[in-house]
Write a protein of this length. Structure first.
Length: 451
């Protein structure tokens, strides 16, 4: 398809403005000691219906049309940005825990996920879901998303905050990242199941679900998605890392030799395609592809991953978050009353459960409080949850707006609190004595990236 001069000019203008506002406003937020991702979303918000659309509707429609070549390319950039973000997130899930920290991580993770998720499910059945439900009309999927919104924790945002505060190498950082990694894996498994439930035979025209013609909402459909998701997860964690290593080192693999970056991208696309064929969401496949690729930790492999991250975070990921902001309509699709109680409930349950878990693990009150507030940041995963749930028709536009704002507010509160504690000179948690054993700690999961 060859674009005419006017269409090409419109496309270049839209892409250029999205990249500029994402980077400029993102940098401004970094200067203000806030997460870059929040600035990128705010940059998109300025170009969306909330600001530009409200002030100059004609300019907004001309710049970001709903149909045509520009809309198609922006949609493609949005999807690819999300896939690359998930790949980079999975590829950086590595870290180390010292003796004694693993128990704390385990207990806080169990309580920090199960209690908020269960509380979310319980509260969901006491509210009127008509204003929350999307076009798919799947109440089960909506229930799962509601519970996940209460339970989710952000690796990218909290890790970036700790890098900016120069506390990334502390015991506090190791514990928080360990908790966030385990929680995120659980969240993406459940999200994959929720998204699988809305892929009905009428909508699904690709892959095994289409061949089986499963009845929407049936026990057979639910069983298939549970088995397919867990099987895919097992294979990607146990088999895919060794397969990736063999393919990368194979002499006949001309692609890996001539362009290691291209090999990583093709591996990402192949795994994502396999996930789609099984009726599993593309973001789960991309996330697991990143984990498999991270099994190779030699200098060459790390350099390739940094190169992939470099071009992803230069264009695709900022554009993804900017478009998330463009999609927010705080004028017509925002219920402040619902958001108010939802914010208080989500933060209260999440911080209380994490605090309780830390105290049960023997953490002093001060350290437990800081851990609880740190794990309350929802950031990137919360935004991903909102965007894919809305795209799948699980949630309404109003609920989507509340989910994104929940991620933004909790991330900003966490950043401000940790910054206050560090600037005051207080310890976030007591540092354990250095290990006597001279052997390196066993590998775990979680290293920060820019988002």
């Amino acid at each position: 398809m060859v674009l005419g001069g006017a269409d090409l000019a419109q496309l270049l203008l839209a892409l250029g403005l999205l990249v500029v506002v994402a980077h400029v406003v993102g940098h401004l937020f970094v200067v203000l000691r806030q997460p870059r991702v929040i600035g990128e979303i705010v940059g998109g918000l300025l170009l969306g219906p909330t600001v530009l659309g409200a002030l100059e509707p004609g300019w907004h429609d001309a710049l970001l049309p709903d149909t045509g070549p520009t809309a198609a390319v922006l949609g493609w950039s949005y999807q690819l940005g999300l896939i690359l973000l998930m790949f980079c997130s999975g590829a950086e899930l590595r870290a180390s825990l010292r003796p004694g920290e693993g128990r704390l991580v385990g207990i806080v993770t169990v309580l920090g996920v199960t209690v908020p998720f269960a509380a979310g499910l319980a509260v969901f059945w006491t509210v009127d879901p008509s204003g929350l439900e999307g076009t798919a009309g799947n109440r089960t999927a909506l229930t799962l998303v509601f519970g996940l919104a209460i339970a989710v924790t952000s690796i990218p945002v909290i890790s970036r905050i700790m890098v900016d505060l120069d506390i990334i190498h502390t015991s506090f950082a190791r514990v928080v990242l360990g908790i966030a990694v385990l929680e995120d894996v659980v969240v993406y498994v459940v999200l994959a199941l929720a998204l699988g439930l809305v892929e009905t035979p009428g909508q699904q025209t690709f892959g095994i679900p289409a061949l089986l013609s499963l009845t929407s909402g049936s026990s057979a459909e639910l069983t298939f998605h549970v088995v397919a998701t867990l099987t895919f997860l097992t294979v990607m964690l146990l088999v895919a890392p060794r397969l990736f290593a063999r393919l990368r080192g194979a002499r006949w693999n001309v692609l890996a030799t001539s362009s290691p970056i291209a090999f990583h991208i093709v591996f990402l696309f192949t795994v994502t395609l396999a996930a789609l064929a099984l009726g599993i969401t593309a973001i789960f496949g991309a996330f697991l592809a990143g984990i498999a690729a991270s099994s190779q930790d030699d200098p060459g492999a790390r350099q390739v991953r940094e190169s992939v991250k470099g071009f992803a975070f230069a264009y695709f990921v900022p554009v993804y978050f900017a478009i998330v902001g463009v999609q927010l309509d705080l004028v017509h699709a925002f219920d402040p009353l619902f958001f108010g109680w939802f914010l208080v409930f989500a933060c209260g349950v999440k911080t209380a459960s994490a605090y309780l878990g830390a105290r049960l693990a023997g953490e002093p009150a001060t350290g437990a409080r800081n851990l609880a507030l740190a794990t309350n940041a929802r950031g990137g995963p919360g935004i991903v949850l909102a965007s894919v749930a809305w795209g799948a028709g699980i949630v309404s536009e109003s609920f989507y707006t509340s989910l994104v704002l929940l991620a933004i507010v909790t991330s900003m509160v966490t950043g401000s609190w940790l910054g206050h504690v560090v600037s005051s000179g207080a310890e976030l948690r007591a540092e354990p004595p250095p290990p006597i054993d001279v052997h390196p700690a066993a590998p775990f999961v979680g290293v920060p990236h820019d988002h």
